[in-house]
Design a protein. Structure first.
Length: 156
């Protein structure tokens, strides 16, 4: 039985048909590489596997994606639990549409890190470790995706 089974997967951004009829099985304990030019849908496809496209308006997905023989698009699926099992690494920073603080604290929260003080300490330690603390320490409640390219919003 495949670990992951995708059958006739289609993804639409509004009227744009981005993924067309993808079918693939991946066996347990194997490595699969997706190779193709920029813009061909590799990342869009990968985002269907951990439901990152749920965060994008006007996305429609058709077809079947089974992980361990369970439909990941079933309404009963705990999306946070799915994302614990199916991670995603991006070439460029790709924060969730929430605050800087909440982006850093997201993983520890869903894994049960207790208490606000423990999270505060972990967020500070993590941002210092990434050499970002000085840049963001006064903006932890600001949106992590930030302003559109080309400038920052005015500081109030």
């Amino acid at each position: 039985m495949p670990k992951l089974s995708i059958k006739n997967l289609h993804l639409f951004y509004g009227d744009n048909h981005a993924l067309k009829g993808i079918s693939i099985d991946a066996d347990p304990n194997t490595v699969t590489a997706l190779i193709g030019p920029s813009g061909c849908g590799k990342s869009t496809f990968l985002k269907t596997l951990n439901r990152m496209n749920d965060l994008i308006e006007n996305v429609r997905i058709e077809g079947t994606v089974l992980l361990d023989d369970q439909d990941i698009y079933s309404p009963s699926v705990d999306v946070a639990a799915l994302r614990k099992q199916v991670g995603m690494v991006f070439q460029r920073p790709n924060p969730f549409p929430m605050s800087i603080y909440d982006n850093v604290a997201y993983g520890p929260r869903i894994h049960g890190k207790p208490g606000r003080q423990a999270l505060d300490d972990l967020v500070e330690k993590s941002l210092k470790g990434a050499a970002l603390w000085e840049e963001v320490k006064d903006r932890l409640n600001d949106s992590a995706p930030g302003p559109p390219r080309g400038g920052r919003p005015p500081r109030l």
